[in-house]
Design a binder for this molecule. Structure first.
Ligand code: HAM
Length: 424
């Protein structure tokens, strides 16, 4: 029976003490995206399995071993989305949003990957993603990076994040590079670990991602992707670098950054932190100019990013361990006489009409004056209003500033104008 109240490994409850921080982060990102004219799109959490296989790639870790896939009652092969880009592209094609149009879209929601859970890595996690369609030039790549940089600035975490970027070129230039890389890896086969050997032929560029320090050293002598870039990708990347330089966004070019999803071409980037141990990427993205066509739409250039919200929350909490945004109560309504509960609730409604942004909690289930004040304090209320029998007869209430201790008795009809002064 006890087992029933446990969450599934790697899937966590998010309790009120941290939802305030989640909301702050989400509101900040939404505001920034809105200021760049990105509009929200909502896609289903479940999609057909082939969508992810085709978009992310059969040989990727995600598709090979991390997807939550199942057959539904109709026998259809379905998967809990492991990321948002594939579904966003599918929805864009289905609803004709992408053909000969520019689109700037964002989404936010849970994603699912059956990874080994650890701090910052979960089986259900949340991504805030943005995708821009219909733009060829590097200016939109730069805009997406500027958006992320602005989010970090507004969240006060710019100092804790570093931008790494790379160009992985066109599909053709990448194939040439992969040939050269495989040649190099074969020569040093005896020094590779099992994971790298497995990747060597199936997805050779993923070897560059290895966490094995000895192999990382070996890779210092591996062919460099920058020497294999096609001319157009080189020009695109130079254009992006120029914009970043002018806009003062610090970056590091990491020629080993290749990303673990197959749909990318040209620009790829990650925002990395040193404050979260091994789960360093807070945000990742890049260009995927072939994906729309690959999924059945008309050729449409595209670029986007996703932010891992759990990692962002952890980062903010790590930087500032005392960080807590306690849900505040502006007004606590104390009701001494049970018979007056309905009257108090109606006055409270009237106050909410006048102050839609205020948070007002009405006392329920009675209690002595002391008990009700103690509930108000427990909720860190700013103001208490006391509706007392005697005051009611004379149509008066006590209004008390719980921070300063000042209080006064006022006629009920003045409650709104008085509260205006208190809340200001
Ligand atoms: P991704 O690198 O797979 O890219 O994931 C993006 C971000 O999601 C990561 O940087 C990380 O912060 C977070 N994340 C990924 N897996 C987990 C996990 N198991 N637990 C917690 N957080 C996680 C994508 O998903 C692409 N769709 C990004 C993109 C959008 N590219 C273009 N547009």
């Amino acid at each position: 029976m006890k087992k029933n109240i446990h969450t599934i490994r790697g899937m966590n409850d998010c309790l009120p003490e941290s939802t305030e921080l989640w909301q702050k982060i989400e509101t900040t990102i939404k505001k920034v995206l809105s200021s760049y004219c990105y509009n929200e799109i909502r896609m289903p959490i479940v999609e057909r399995t082939p969508l992810f296989k085709r978009a992310i790639g059969e040989m990727t870790d995600i598709v090979e071993k991390e997807m939550y896939s199942f057959k539904d009652h109709n026998g259809d092969n379905l998967t809990l989305r492991p990321e948002g880009t594939a579904g966003c592209v599918r929805a864009g094609i289905k609803h004709g949003l992408l053909y000969k149009q520019e689109q700037r879209l964002w989404y936010n929601g849970p994603m699912f990957r059956h990874e080994r859970p650890q701090r910052g890595r979960y089986r259900q996690f949340h991504q805030f993603g943005a995708e821009a369609f219909g733009h060829y030039g590097p200016d939109i790549d730069a805009e997406l990076i500027m958006i992320t940089a602005r989010c970090w600035r507004d969240l006060g975490i710019s100092k804790n994040l570093k931008l790494e970027l790379n160009s992985i070129g066109s599909l053709e230039s990448r194939l040439n590079y992969q040939k050269a890389l495989i040649k190099f890896l074969v020569k040093h086969e005896n020094l590779l670990d099992e994971d790298c050997l497995r990747r060597m032929y199936r997805s050779p560029m993923r070897v560059l991602d290895t966490k094995n320090v000895d192999i990382q050293l070996l890779l210092n002598d591996a062919p460099d992707i920058k020497n294999y870039l096609d001319h157009d990708s080189y020009i695109h990347f130079s254009g992006l670098i120029d914009i970043l330089k002018i806009s003062g966004i610090q970056y590091k070019i990491n020629f080993r950054l290749v990303r673990g999803l197959d749909y990318y071409n040209r620009t790829v980037f990650e925002w990395i932190t040193e404050d979260l141990g091994s789960q360093r990427a807070i945000c990742a993205g890049g260009r995927y100019d072939n994906l729309v066509e690959q999924l059945g739409g008309y050729a449409t250039p595209a670029v986007g990013f996703s932010v891992g919200l759990e990692r962002l929350v952890l980062l903010i909490q790590t930087i500032n361990p005392d960080f807590s945004i306690k849900p505040k109560v502006d007004i606590y309504f104390i009701v001494l006489n049970n018979n007056e509960q309905i009257k108090a609730m109606l006055i409270a409604e009237h106050i909410r009409d006048a102050f839609p942004n205020a948070r007002l909690m009405t006392n329920y289930s009675g209690g002595s004056l002391k008990k009700q004040f103690s509930r108000a304090n427990k909720n860190s209320a700013h103001i208490a209003i006391v509706l007392r029998e005697t005051e009611e007869r004379t149509q008066k209430v006590i209004i008390k500033n719980l921070v300063t201790g000042d209080q006064e008795i006022i006629p009920i009809r003045h409650i709104i104008s008085k509260l205006k002064m208190y809340l200001d």
